[in-house]
Design a protein around this ligand. Structure first.
Ligand code: RP5
Length: 217
């Protein structure tokens, strides 16, 4: 059973290393013992730990909303990045035009449910992030999804909010989803030292990976 859990963790780490663009095993290894010795299992970066114990439910701090199930391949980068940093999150599909009432209801109740940052990804005439931002004071980060117009329509619809209701807009596509998660984590890290240390460790590993890159020649 332990070896199964180890294998699953190794697979998970390999997938996250791919997303983060560097080898996270060293970061995770030291963090694992730090977290476990502090009994701080809310920041455990995996849904299952080495002892195959289920994670306790922790209240989501970040919501990842997407306009359609077809956005998942992009937005999963945000979810997996937050998971990798141990940030409790929830993800769901809500559409500003197909489910307008449910979208407004979600946004109005988000802060009271304990959410602290909302990430919204949408494509085309992408008004989802702006509509959500209109109904909450929480910071809203927008991810323009690749579209038939290469995501330029999504980028402009998300970024070009008239003054008064801000949407912090990231890059088009996967990089934007990943950066939205890193930015959400940075916002939370202003009042969470453990998370700040994880972000700093991630930056160090990323720099090391760049400096030790071997070119194919
Ligand atoms: C938007 O329309 C979604 O965010 C998605 O990017 C785009 C296309 O949606 P589907 O027609 O694939 O559901 O609302």
């Amino acid at each position: 059973m332990l070896s199964d859990a180890l294998q699953r963790n190794a697979k998970h780490e390999a997938r996250l290393s791919n997303i983060f663009g560097c080898d996270l095993s060293a970061v995770n290894e030291s963090q694992r013992f730090l977290d476990f010795s502090r009994n701080d299992r809310t920041s455990w970066p995996f849904t299952e730990n080495l002892y195959n114990l289920p994670m306790p439910e922790s209240k989501p701090l970040v919501a990842i909303i997407m306009g359609s199930k077809s956005d998942w391949d992009t937005m999963r980068n945000a979810v997996e990045t937050l998971d990798g940093l141990g940030v409790p999150n929830e993800a769901r599909v809500l559409s500003a035009h197909r489910t307008p009432d449910a979208t407004a209801e979600f946004a109005r109740g988000a802060a009271d449910r304990g959410l602290r940052v909302i990430i919204a990804g949408a494509g085309g005439a992408a008004h989802l992030a702006g509509v959500i931002a209109a109904h909450t004071w929480l910071p809203v980060l927008g991810v323009p999804i690749q579209s038939k117009l290469q995501g330029l329509d999504s980028l402009l619809s998300t970024a070009q909010m008239p003054g008064g209701i801000p949407v912090g807009t990231l890059a088009i596509g996967e990089a934007g989803a990943k950066n939205a998660a890193l930015l959400a984590a940075a916002i939370l890290a202003t009042s969470d030292d453990t998370l700040r240390q994880k972000l700093e460790a991630f930056r160090r590993k990323q720099s090391e990976a760049v400096l030790s890159a071997k070119l194919p020649r």
